[in-house]
Design a protein around this ligand. Structure first.
Ligand SMILES: Nc1ncnc2c1ncn2[C@@H]1O[C@H](COP(=O)(O)OP(=O)(O)OP(=O)(O)O)[C@@H](O)[C@H]1O
Ligand SMILES: [Mg+2]
Length: 390
């Protein structure tokens, strides 16, 4: 991966120097944006860092052009004054990150590493799709819309009734609810797994997955919120890719934010289920985050819309919602008292009340996910089962 900086201030060079030791990373510098675009090979992914002396307008124009040409490029901009207006324009142009001069020294190398990780799988995604698990994430930047309820029910439905080897990863690293919703004791979590990261392979990772009665294997969130920091995006990406070789489906539950962890989850996902509830605030929030994802270059085919708590009493017209959000609704999950009851019991509603309408709607969604990936061949399936069983 190539990292090109355009910077006469010298600020970026010093902050980027530490990255040169990472495997497969080459640092280069360019005098202008034109020169930068001449320095990457057509199919090589590249991170372009623009220093505080490069005019923002030029950065926006070049970024828009590269994104229209579908170049695998992430642009990170260091600027003297990151005003709200500038951030808005940067986002619209598809700039990956904007850092103020004051924070660049500390934050730049991390921002570049995250961009490097996020570019890598997308460039290779063509080769990776048929082999290994299908990775699906459940997403919303609004809290309390039902992400964890949906993620745990999908995981349990895939592993249990649909009998497909499945793992769930709780990426809500600070406030994860998967353990509670599945009534699992978090004896070993993703925090313990990253402690042995240097030696971690599929065989070892298996020992950090907590088994649920349904057959689902859960990689739980750290017990203490402060341990979340050790779980970096590079490690999360590597763990998802390890799981891909171990099961048929990986379900990612995510926090209600739009940070690097969530972007990493999306980067590694084959499908993203954005959850909206039927209120104006949630629909507006979903529309904005879907727009942001499209601006960041995520393919529309990746994003699917799930309506939760679709209450008949305040039923908005589905077509209206689709139009507002510019996305297609793939599932409608009704509001039902059975859901909070199942959450309190720690038994997902697809197991607790499988004949209810709410359980059936989640089972249908799980079935459509299961159908999107054929059953692995006998040999491969045997391996996967042995891998996550026992
Ligand atoms: N279809 C539903 N019917 C009734 N209640 C629901 C439904 N879906 C979710 N809930 C309730 O909403 C609460 C919040 O759900 P959940 O924890 O899954 O949201 P979340 O999006 O994961 O929130 P956070 O972002 O805070 O993690 C749950 O306690 C659950 O009882
Ligand atoms: Mg949650």
């Amino acid at each position: 991966m190539l990292i090109v900086s355009i910077d006469t201030s010298g600020l970026c060079g010093a902050a980027l120097a530490s990255l040169e030791t990472s495997e497969g990373v080459t640092l280069a510098s360019a005098g202008t944006l034109e020169e930068a675009s001449a320095s990457w090979a057509t199919d090589e992914a590249c991170v372009v860092v623009t220093g505080p002396t490069v005019a923002p307008d030029e950065v926006f124009a070049a970024t828009s052009r590269w994104s229209a040409d579908q170049e695998p490029v992430a642009v990170i901009m260091v600027t003297p004054e990151p005003s709200a207006e500038l951030l808005r324009r940067a986002l619209r142009a598809g700039v990956r990150d904007v850092l103020g001069v004051g924070e660049a020294e500390e934050a730049l190398s991390e921002s570049v590493s995250a961009a490097v990780t996020s570019l890598a799988p997308r460039v290779e995604s063509g080769d990776r799709a048929p082999a290994g698990a299908r990775v699906v994430s459940v997403f919303s930047t609004k809290g309390g819309v039902g992400k964890s309820v949906i993620a745990t029910n999908l995981g349990v439905a895939l592993a249990g009734p649909l009998k497909r080897p499945t793992a769930i990863v709780d990426l809500d690293l600070q406030f994860g609810d998967v353990a509670i919703m599945l009534q699992l004791a978090p004896e070993r979590t993703i925090y313990e797994a990253v402690q042995v990261f240097d030696r971690l392979d599929a065989e070892m990772l298996r020992a950090y997955l907590t088994p649920h009665d349904s057959g689902l294997r859960a990689l739980l969130a750290p017990v203490s919120p402060e341990d979340a920091e050790a779980v970096t995006v590079n490690r999360i990406g590597a763990i998802i890719e390890l799981l891909r070789g171990m099961v048929d489906f990986v379900v990612l539950d995510t926090p209600a934010t739009f940070d690097d962890v969530v972007l990493t989850a999306i980067d590694h996902s084959d499908d993203v289920y954005a959850v909206a509830t039927m209120d104006v605030a949630s629909i507006k929030n979903t529309r904005i985050s879907m727009q942001k994802l499209r601006q960041l270059g995520y393919d529309d085919g990746l994003l699917h819309l799930v309506l939760n708590r679709a209450d008949s009493k305040v039923w908005l017209d589905a077509a209206e919602v689709e139009k507002a959000i510019e996305g297609r609704i793939v599932a409608k999950i009704p509001s039902d008292r059975l859901v909070p009851r199942s959450v309190n019991k720690g038994v997902p509603v697809v197991l607790d009340a499988p004949r209810s309408v709410v359980a059936k709607s989640m089972l249908d969604l799980a079935r459509s996910i299961a159908d999107s990936k054929g059953v692995s061949g006998d040999v491969a399936q045997g391996t996967a089962r042995a891998g996550v069983g026992a």
